[in-house]
Design a protein around this ligand. Structure first.
Ligand code: 0A1
Ligand code: ZN
Length: 860
């Protein structure tokens, strides 16, 4: 086995400012699919004129140097050293004063299959520069702390030519753009193609009129309206809630079909994966609409948290990402249901981030070492980064948070900042010492919190003492950990269901700490970790009857949902181990279904059983080896039992939740659909599939179609519906992605690999497109018992495809390799097969740095 771990490591401790100051960048692009010429002029000056240093520019293999001059003169060629990823001009060739460095290079966008730098998607030129894509366009100090104004000229016959900033010139075959806000290269963007815009405008609170455009391919205009509405809402919200105003004359969004990630916040020119822009009722689901609204907001919010204030280096990635995720979560809570949003965010955090934290890929929100930065766009940096900010806000209060943020924008506008800068504004604005709190940024792993209760009755009322103990398990490279600050929100509920002590935030700072409540009339039930006040796992000895009580009475929606979740998980983990299951959960669910006053979206969240992966995670956190097939069988059995026990109630609810009238993607209609479809999933397990077939047949939108199809596929039915969907939407890439994804994902586990394999043989499996690849390979990986098939066929199938993708698009291969990140928790047979697959990947000739780093961390 060969691994390259260590060879390319970058360390936070090695940070040093760039030895040159760059003020202005001027570029001219002569676009040609195979031979684009890029002329770049950099206004540079030595940072310390007394200290002569070599000028090292980043530049990938595909960048061919045509010419180079310093103040108009070509230096002696021996002073220019080209290495594999850099171009160095030796100090001896550089003046001790400001100078102009001009380069001309040639690149081949048509050969760019990694979609990093300048590439072609569907005949359209576009760029992706975060994190280190700009170095595939030209030679440049491609690091976030080097910031310059940009003036960009694009020469091309294509009708629409876009770059960052404001348009300053447009003539036949040429466009000029000027971005007055100094920015790092990762925020550069260029788009050229045959595009049409859906346009609107926004007047900022200071009266600046901003032209807004969502650019799509001709024919897609009628699916861009929702993205535009979301943009306008985001702009108003950021003014109202954070006092942040937009700062250019135009804001452009472009949808592209080949994109490695979701979207990108390039200054004034956001580029989006088309699945996060295009939506119409017959092609997009409620979930798609929600994601579009959230991601449009996320990218827009980056204009302040990311662009105006950027990161000093990539170790600080969570400075912009954690904060921007936190802001987009707040936006969605304000626009839709805060309770539902919180529960969904916690579900996603546990599914992705806790999973990451439990395994070999665990890292802190601010890592101090990486080999390939693209491997660190993770749930830990994004979602845990946001949770950490939520805790800060809880600790300093809403006013303190607002003061700190105002100070942050004031003090750091125009800076490339660090986590230390961020914490300092909180300290300065609130007077709070955050030394211990900082561990949330530097330590990996999910703290385990346990709660013990002691009740002492007394003449003047009883005393309840809560003792919390925290345990911070070791993670790769971090064996010893000190206690963290953990805000634990608790409330007390009396035996009759009334809240007797409203939510209080207990601040834990020690390894073990007690908090007492006295003068209590009777022993209350503790509602703990309300609102999921800290990203920890909480264990407490609670019987099912008390959980059912909390599910019925807790006033905190998260804690209420959590009680139901725990009840479900305790039933499921018992059943998967062949133990008898109590009826508590099934009964409690019955009460909830009957509760017409509860929000339908909340009821849907309670009715959706925990996924198989979540059950496996719960078992493994209890030190039990999960058996995927047993988990699948247990979950199916519980779903059937609920359906059989509550057949009448569920049937009525299914009918009641039908949404009349034309489709609208708003929260209240979507909530009714989500409840109706959760019910359908249960009922389809015991009917012959008739309801789902009928729904599919009469469905007026994609949300209903997909819900019906998923329910049918789970039962091994739905072939006619699959064919119908294909016939109707063969020409629509985004719908076809769903078609490819849903089949391996919802298949009965025993058939999943075979189905994925058959799909992968189809001509329309356009695997070089990241969305299509993710749909199929990610679809199988999401089928827990299918991917973890005991014979290792799931592992082999995914490994083969990763090996095929890696030479073309290393980012996608590396990202999808996380399917294996939990491999160590399974039985010896599965472990051996997973390891064989991983070792086969590690041994591949020419394996990318991306995949190599991921695989070697997983098998370390
Ligand atoms: N900054 C973007 C995400 C993004 C990250 C990396 C990319 O290429 C490697 C592309 C996009 C965001 O947070 O939305
Ligand atoms: Zn982001």
């Amino acid at each position: 086995m060969t691994t390259t771990q260590g060879q390319n490591a970058h360390y936070l401790a090695d940070y040093r400012p760039y030895p040159f100051v760059l003020t202005a960048t001027r570029m001219t692009f002569e676009l040609h699919p195979q031979a684009t010429r890029v002329v770049t002029a950099l206004s540079l000056a030595p940072r310390d004129p007394q200290q002569a240093e070599d000028l090292v520019l980043d530049g990938g293999k595909g960048v061919k140097l045509v010419s180079l001059t310093i103040d108009g003169v070509a230096p002696d060629p021996s002073r220019i050293i080209r290495r594999e990823e850099t171009l160095t001009i030796s100090a001896a060739a550089l003046p001790p004063h400001p100078f102009l460095l001009e380069t001309a290079v040639q690149i081949d966008p048509s050969a760019n299959t990694a979609f990093e730098g300048l590439y072609i998607s569907n005949g359209m030129f576009c760029t992706q520069c975060e994190a280190e894509g700009f170095r595939h366009i030209t030679f440049y100090p491609d690091r976030p702390d080097v910031m310059a104004t940009f003036h960009v000229t694009i020469d091309s016959d294509l009708p629409v030519l876009l770059s960052n900033g404001n348009p300053v010139g447009q003539s036949q075959g040429r466009a000029e753009w000027h971005d007055p806000w100094p920015k790092p290269s990762y925020l550069f963007a260029l788009v050229a193609g045959d595009l049409v815009a859906v346009s609107d405008s926004f007047t900022t609170r200071s009266g600046r009129r901003v032209a807004l455009n969502v650019w799509v391919r001709p024919g897609d205009q009628d699916r861009a309206g929702f993205a535009m509405e979301s943009l306008v809402k985001s702009m108003s919200w950021d003014e109202a809630v954070y006092g942040r105003e937009y700062d250019l004359d135009v804001f452009n969004i472009v949808a592209v079909d080949d994109f490695n990630m979701g979207a990108m916040e390039n200054k004034g020119l956001n580029i989006f994966n088309s699945k996060l822009v295009l939506a119409s009722p017959d092609t997009a689901t409620d979930t798609d609409y929600d994601r579009i609204e959230a991601v449009i907001a996320h990218e827009y919010f980056h204009n302040w948290t990311g662009n105006r204030i950027t990161c000093r280096d990539w170790f600080q990635l969570c400075l912009k990402e954690g904060l921007t995720v936190f802001r987009d979560q707040q936006f969605t809570s304000d626009l839709r249901s805060a309770a539902v949003k919180r529960i969904e965010d916690v579900q996603a955090l546990r599914a992705r981030q806790f999973r990451e934290d439990q395994g070999p890929l665990a890292h802190p929100p601010r890592p101090d070492r990486y080999e390939e930065i693209n491997n660190f766009y993770t749930a830990t940096v994004y979602e845990k980064g946001a949770e950490v900010i939520g805790m800060l806000k809880r600790l300093v209060g809403d006013d303190g948070y607002r003061r700190a943020l105002d100070l942050y924008f004031d003090r750091h506008d125009g800076d490339a900042a660090t986590i230390e800068d961020w914490l300092q504004v909180f300290q300065d604005a609130t007077g709070r010492d955050l030394t211990q709190f900082k561990r949330w940024y530097t330590d990996a792993g999910t703290p385990r919190l346990s709660l013990a209760e002691d009740w002492q009755p007394g003449d003047t009322g009883g005393t309840l003492t809560l003792t919390f103990t925290q345990d911070n398990p070791p993670t790769p490279g971090q064996t010893q950990k000190s206690p963290r600050v953990i805000p634990v929100a608790v409330g007390l509920i009396g035996p009759n269901g009334d809240e007797i002590v409203p939510t209080q935030v207990l601040e834990m700072t020690e390894a073990s700490q007690s908090f007492s409540f006295d003068g209590l009339g009777a022993r209350p039930v503790v509602s703990a970790l309300r609102g999921f006040s800290a990203p920890v796992t909480l264990s407490r000895p609670l019987d099912d009857a008390t959980r059912a009580f909390l599910l019925a009475h807790d006033t905190d929606p998260f804690a209420r949902w959590e009680a139901g979740r725990d009840l479900a998980l305790s039933a499921l983990t018992a059943a998967s181990r062949g133990q008898a299951v109590s009826g508590d959960y099934v009964d409690a669910i019955g009460h909830l279904i009957a509760d017409g006053n509860a929000d339908p979206a909340f009821r849907a969240l309670c009715l959706n059983l925990p996924g198989e992966e979540e059950i496996a995670t719960r078992l493994s956190s209890q030190g039990i080896v999960p058996v995927p097939d047993a988990i699948h069988v247990a979950r199916e059995a519980l779903a059937r039992r609920i359906a059989e026990t509550h057949l009448d109630l569920l049937s009525r609810l299914y009918d009641d939740m039908a949404v009349p009238g034309p489709y609208r993607p708003d929260a209240s209609d979507a909530a009714r659909r989500s409840l109706r479809h959760a019910v359908l999933a249960l009922l389809t397990r015991i009917d012959g599939g008739e309801r789902a077939e009928i729904l599919f047949g009469i469905a007026g939108n994609m949300t209903e179609r997909m819900a019906a199809l998923t329910a049918l596929l789970r039962r091994g039915l739905g072939q006619a519906e699959l064919a119908a969907l294909h016939d109707q939407f063969a020409g629509n890439r985004l719908v076809m992605d769903k078609w490819f994804g849903i089949q391996p994902m919802a298949a009965p586990p025993a058939q999943a690999v075979q189905i994925a394999h058959a799909l992968s043989q189809r001509k329309d499996f356009d695997w070089k497109n990241p969305n299509r690849f993710r749909a199929l390979i990610g679809g199988l990986s999401a089928n827990h018992a299918g991917f973890h098939a005991a014979d290792g066929s799931g592992y082999d199938f995914v490994a083969n495809w990763l090996l095929r993708m890696d030479p073309l698009n290393p980012q996608i291969a590396a990202r999808m390799s996380t399917a294996f990140e939990t491999w160590t928790r399974y039985d010896a047979g599965r472990r051996a097969r997973a390891l064989t697959a991983l070792e086969r990947i590690a041994a591949a000739d020419g394996l990318s740095r991306n995949t190599s780093e991921m695989v070697s961390r997983m098998i370390a």
